[in-house]
Write a protein that binds this ligand. Sequence first.
Ligand SMILES: Cc1cc2nc3c(=O)[nH]c(=O)nc-3n(C[C@H](O)[C@H](O)[C@H](O)COP(=O)(O)O)c2cc1C
Length: 193
Amino acid sequence: MKKLAVIYHSAHGHTAYIAQHIAEGARALEDMDVHLLKAEDLTGNPQQLLAFDGFVFGSPTYLGGVSATFKAFMDATGGLWKGHRLKGKLAAGFTVSSLPAGDKQSTLLSMFVFAMQHGMLWVGNAILPEQHSGVPYDEAANRLGSWSGLMAQAGHSAAADSFVPGDIKTAHMFGRNVAQALLRMGLATALAA
Ligand SMILES: Cc1cc2nc3c(=O)[nH]c(=O)nc-3n(C[C@H](O)[C@H](O)[C@H](O)COP(=O)(O)O)c2cc1C
């Protein structure tokens, strides 16, 4: 059994909604124990991270970066960094913003650098954009064409569940892919032992 934590901040529910779908995708695999955790609940006690084999980090894009709440969580892990206590754990990231581009890439990069500083192993979003195979744009997995992590878009001031079907599909596939990578990593560790 592998333990995966989807750790997110969401002020208005959009990032939380995508986090739930990523967790559902990961739970579709056997031998996965998937937890949905709010970043702000970990900031006071980052030692809780030690219990997990892998993480999916999620934040809304705020002014081209992670939200202050998510950054506070990241900064709270400084003590764990000193001993490289999270080294070798798996990491992946996602972000939601209101504009088609909206500088979401910059948010994913800050999560990637955070994971690299901790010595984690980064998993991207290995999904070909399905609109290239004739799937209608709004229904296409990875319609936004992001491979370093998952991107989703929710209209400005729209309801928390107002995503096009393609973004929900991407979230499920992403969760499943990350879980698969975590299970394969466990096998590699067992073989190396
Ligand atoms: C302070 C602030 C900064 C934002 N900056 C961006 C931005 O740089 N790019 C963008 O596309 N959307 C931006 N947005 C929109 C949010 O990313 C978007 O509403 C997102 O869905 C919020 O997620 P949440 O509902 O999980 O809080 C910003 C919103 C706020 C409140």
